[in-house]
Structures are given as C-alpha cells and as structure tokens.
Design a protein. Structure first.
Length: 118
C-alpha cells in the first residue's frame, strides 16, 4: 500500500496555499466548496477567464483562510487489485466517504489513481 501525506502548516488566520489537479466531472464551484473558498478567489488566483471552463489534469492553486494550524491530506495510490472497500477498511473510513471525497460516481478505480482517504 502506497501512502503519501501532505501537510501545510501556518499560523491561525493566515493564508494556506496548495494545489489541486482537476478530475473528470469537477467544476470550479465544486472545487471551491471542497476547499472552503470561493469561485472568485480561484478565478483570480489562477487567472481563469471563463469559470465554466477548466480542463481535466489542470492544476489549480488553492488559497483559503484557515483557523486550524495544520491541514493534512492523506492519499492512497491505487495498485492492481485494490478495491474501495479494502482501502476504506485500511484507513478506518467508509466507501461512501471515499466516493464523496474523490467525487467518484461508481466503485471503479484504476491502478496509478490517487485516492484521498483523509
């Protein structure tokens, strides 16, 4: 099982910056909601001219004000034979939560895919 942890630390009330790679089905408003920011901020930060047009695999900069001192995301890189159920069990979560975090419409995952588990 390949796990990667990414942490961003900052002082309270300062801006946090990270990046997000656009997946099929993503919208700018959905990304904004996921990261507790606004479409307007994403548009400005990424110099996006048309908020209705983002590309799959496009990297979006995310900047949001936070009250927490640490934001941590935990990923699992899918290998041949993995299932959402096994990944959920190993990470003490549910398939429903994994699907929600990753905006998956089905239980199908592919080797090489990175799944957010936390």
């Amino acid at each position: 099982m390949n796990l990667q942890n990414s942490k961003l630390t900052t002082k309270p009330s300062t801006a946090l910056t990270t990046t997000y790679k656009v997946k099929k089905g993503d919208t700018l408003s959905g990304i904004a909601q996921k990261f507790h920011t606004t479409v307007s901020k994403l548009k400005s930060l990424n110099k996006i001219k048309n908020v209705n047009f983002i590309r799959v695999r496009q990297t979006i900069k995310i900047q949001a004000k936070g009250q927490k001192t640490t934001i941590a995301a935990k990923y699992h890189k899918v290998v041949k034979g993995d299932t959402l159920w096994e990944i959920a069990k190993k990470n003490k979560t549910t398939v429903k939560k994994l699907k929600s975090l990753n905006k998956l419409k089905s239980d199908i995952i592919y080797p090489g895919q990175k799944i957010i588990v936390k």
